[in-house]
Design a protein around this ligand. Structure first.
Ligand code: UDP
Length: 456
């Protein structure tokens, strides 16, 4: 029920179609169905629509996806609303002729009960990378931050001598070694963890080489195995759209005059505050760089006359864009990103270095992975030493220039190219290609007819 979880599974449907390994059926709700339908064109996947529960406390009518929530503070009630679909899901599942495997969204916890009733193997999908997934589990189980009172005091993660985290790298409830058992978010995470443990595996949109140590650690714990079958975005063989968008023409024009472009997007859910966006506008303007900036809040004022002043070298888009297409455009040489996992793995696949600007969820862990482990990015730092302070325009100007035209930027760009090639190989007959085949071979209930996978 969020774009960041839907998009990779849609890529999976394309991949399964291309490789003729299985067909996918998606369970979703009416307002999400059109997005599925549009992006599934060319696959043999089908969609089952379950009506969204009515009169859900705190969730406004007409909101069926996290990107429509007025605030992410409503995430927990939203997930509990979706869980009310469980009985209908069970009925719908029973009516399908052949189901060999169920992939369920990790946050939906016990949705998988109905599958176990029918003896269908179950896998979970969180849309996260291995590094963040493993770190969340390590801190929950082993509590290396017990006794660490300050948010910026580094602590070691056992088993990874080179790795230091701080509590500010973690989001609630993971940042707290002693979380309140009555906290609804904590309860949701515990339920998700239990459902994960009860599953037969975890689908991961990443590739083994990228995060080998963390995949190995996850798998060494004897729980459900992590199956790395990505980057799924490389599964998509999109034909060029019938009509080219204006911003693609503009990117072509930048390539023509050899001016590198920095792409700016904070994903489908989060949006920095108005004050923060104005700092960003000023920073981009002062940097002198060319930029393509996707702003979610359509009515957001970026400062008087900003868009007119930068017209020659900047574009602000208040629309849904094809991010993959943009990242693969030859003139895009850097990405200012909130480090949602899809954005990270898409940028890795395209060989584009990242200016990491995490905002919520596991994005701070992803940013750490990008900057410290892969070294394919730089990080912007908020002022005042607090993780939630404003990132000032001077910091944005300096770090964006460093990424696009500085020495450190050159090094990150070279490493990003290496990982893009490794990603391509993984999906093109390499580790991810083979893992997908093995996953289906090992986990799908054996049937005489073609396998079918259900995603909920
Ligand atoms: N995305 C897109 N167009 C947009 C905004 C986002 O195609 O205008 C896609 C992006 O390519 C990625 C997903 O939406 O696949 C966002 O997922 P991510 O994990 O990066 O962040 P989230 O939105 O979950 O915070």
């Amino acid at each position: 029920m969020s774009k960041g979880h839907i998009i990779p599974l849609v890529h999976l449907a394309h991949l399964l179609r291309r490789r003729r390994l299985a067909t996918l059926t998606f369970f979703t709700t009416p307002l999400n169905a059109p997005f599925f339908r549009d992006s599934l064109a060319g696959t043999d996947a089908s969609i089952v629509e379950l009506p969204f529960p009515e009169n859900v406390p705190d969730v406004p009518a007409g909101v069926e996806s996290t990107d429509r929530l007025p605030s992410m503070s409503l995430f927990v009630p939203f997930v509990y609303a979706i869980k009310r679909l469980r009985p209908r899901f069970g009925e719908a599942l029973a009516s399908l002729p052949t189901v060999s495997l169920l992939i369920f969204d990790g946050f939906l916890g016990r949705t998988n009960d109905s599958a176990s009733k029918f003896g269908i193997p179950r896998m979970v999908f969180y849309g996260m990378g291995n590094f963040s997934q493993t770190m969340c589990r390590e801190v929950s189980v082993y509590k290396p931050h017990a006794g660490v009172t300050s948010y910026d005091e580094p602590f070691r993660v056992p088993g990874f001598p080179h790795l230091w985290l701080t509590r500010s790298d973690l989001e609630p409830p993971f940042d707290d070694p002693d979380p309140d058992p009555k906290d609804p978010l904590y309860q949701l995470i515990v339920e998700a963890g239990m459902a994960t443990q009860a599953s037969q595996g975890v689908v991961v949109n990443s590739f083994y080489e990228l995060e080998a140590a963390y995949v190995d650690r996850w798998n060494a714990d004897g729980g459900p195995k992590a199956w790395c079958i990505g980057p799924l975005c490389l599964a998509r063989q999109t034909a060029p759209p019938a009509e080219k968008s204006g911003w693609m023409d503009w990117l072509d024009s930048r390539q023509g005059i050899n001016r590198p472009v920095i792409y700016v997007s904070f994903g489908s859910q989060a949006e920095p505050s108005a004050a923060q966006l104005q700092q960003l506008a000023t920073g981009l303007e002062r940097s002198g760089l060319d930029f393509l900036w996707v702003v979610r809040a359509k009515a957001m004022d970026l400062g008087q006359g900003f868009e007119e002043r930068v017209m020659e070298r900047g574009r602000v888009i208040r629309d849904w864009v094809n991010q993959l297409e943009i990242l693969h455009h030859g003139s895009v040489k850097g990405f200012i990103s909130h480090c949602g996992w899809n954005s990270v793995i898409e940028s890795v696949s395209a060989g584009v270095p990242i200016l990491a600007w995490p905002l919520m969820a596991e994005q701070k862990l992803n940013a750490k992975f990008v900057v410290d482990e892969l070294q394919i990015g730089l990080r912007v730092r908020p002022s005042g030493g607090t993780p939630n302070g404003l990132v000032m325009s001077e910091e944005i100007e300096r770090s964006a220039r460093e990424l696009l035209v500085g020495e450190k930027g050159k090094e990150t760009a070279e490493r990003a190219k290496y990982w893009a090639e490794a990603a391509r190989k993984a999906m093109d007959g390499g580790a991810s290609w083979l893992t997908l085949e093995k996953m289906i071979e090992e986990l799908c209930v054996k049937r005489t007819t073609q396998n079918a996978i259900v995603s909920a």
